[in-house]
Design a protein around this ligand. Structure first.
Ligand code: ADP
Ligand code: MG
Length: 255
C-alpha cells in the first residue's frame, strides 16, 4: 500500500500546528519523520491515523480515503504504534496482543485457532512468549512497547505508522524493533528521534520544522551538519561507521 498525504493542515484553536504537509510512502519504503520536539510530528501522524481531524488536506492509503473511511476499515489496513500506551484497565499480555485481531472479526465472533496462532507468533517475534500471562500494567516501558508492537503484528496491517517507537528502550530492543518493522516488507512511516538510527533504517526522510516540511530526501542528502544545525540547533560532524559504512552523527558542544 502507498500512503499519500496531500497538503494536510491541523490547527488547535488559533494555533497552526501542521501546515500544508504533503508526503508520500511508496513501494514498501521505510520513511522517517524527524524534527525537534514540538514541531508537529505526533500531531501530523495522529491526523493521518484518524485520531485528530485535520482542518484541510487529504490522506490516501492506496485507493482508500482515510479521512472519510470508517475506523474499522482503516484498522484492517493500517497498524499504529503510538507514543504513549498507558491503560486504565488491566489486561494480560496475551489479551492485549489478541486485540490486534479485532478489526478482522465480526461483532460477536470468537477467536479462532488461526487467531490464536497469529497471536502466539507475534509474541514470539518480540520475545515475549514467556510473559503471556503477566498483567500489562506491571511491565516495564520497554516491555509495554514490545507488547504494543506484537499487537500491531497480530493485526497484520498492510501499512504501519510508528511514533518514536523506540523511546524508553535499551539499544538492543531499539534495534530489534526497527529490524522487525523493516522485515515486515510493508510501507512504514515512523517518527524517529535518533538521527543515526533514522539514517540507518530509513529509505527516505522528511524533516519537519514549525509544522512544515523543511526538507526531504534520502538520508545521505538530508543529514548534513548544516541541516542539523538549522533544524535542531546543535553542532555535529557526520562520519562513516567504520564497520558498516553507514552514516553516523557525532554531536559536538551545543551552541
Ligand atoms: P512533536 O511530536 O513533534 O514533538 P507534537 O505534534 O506533539 O510535536 O506537538 C506540536 C505542538 O502542538 C506543540 O506545541 C504542542 O504543545 C501542540 N499540541 C499538541 N496537541 C495539542 C492539543 N491537543 N491542543 C493544543 N495544542 C496541542
Ligand atoms: Mg511527538
Amino acid at each position: 500500500m502507498n500512503l499519500n498525504v496531500e497538503r494536510l493542515s491541523v490547527s488547535f484553536g488559533e494555533a497552526k500546528i501542521v501546515q500544508e504537509v504533503s508526503l508520500r510512502v511508496q513501494n514498501k519504503q521505510f520513511v522517517g519523520l524527524i524534527g525537534p520536539n514540538g514541531c508537529g510530528k505526533s500531531t501530523l501522524l495522529k491526523s493521518i491515523y484518524k485520531v485528530i481531524k485535520p482542518r484541510h488536506g487529504e490522506v490516501f492509503l492506496s485507493e482508500l480515503n482515510v479521512i472519510k473511511a470508517s475506523p474499522k476499515l482503516v484498522a484492517r489496513k493500517l497498524g499504529v504504534v503510538g507514543q504513549f500506551n498507558e491503560l486504565s484497565f488491566d489486561f494480560t499480555v496475551r489479551e492485549m496482543v489478541a486485540m490486534g485481531r479485532t478489526p478482522h472479526k465480526g461483532m460477536l465472533e470468537n477467536d479462532s485457532q488461526q487467531d490464536a496462532d497469529i497471536v502466539s507468533a507475534a509474541l514470539r517475534k518480540v520475545n515475549l512468549e514467556g510473559h503471556t500471562g503477566r498483567s500489562y500494567n506491571s511491565l516495564s516501558g520497554g516491555e509495554k512497547q514490545r507488547v504494543i508492537l506484537a499487537r500491531v503484528l497480530a493485526q497484520q496491517p498492510e501499512f504501519m505508522i510508528l511514533d518514536e517507537p523506540t523511546n524508553h528502550l535499551d539499544i538492543k530492543y531499539q534495534l530489534q524493533i526497527l529490524n522487525i518493522v523493516r522485515k515486515l516488507d510493508i510501507g512504514i512511516l515512523a517518527a524517529l528521534h535518533d538521527l543515526t538510527l533514522a539514517a540507518e533504517y530509513c529509505d527516505y526522510l522528511y524533516v519537519m520544522k514549525e509544522g512544515r516540511v523543511a526538507a526531504s530526501g534520502v538520508p545521505e542528502d538530508i543529514l548534513t551538519k548544516e541541516l542539523i544545525r538549522e533544524v535542531f540547533d546543535v553542532e555535529c560532524e557526520t562520519y562513516r561507521n567504520p564497520v558498516t559504512g553507514a552514516l553516523g552523527i557525532a554531536y559536538l558542544e551545543t551552541k
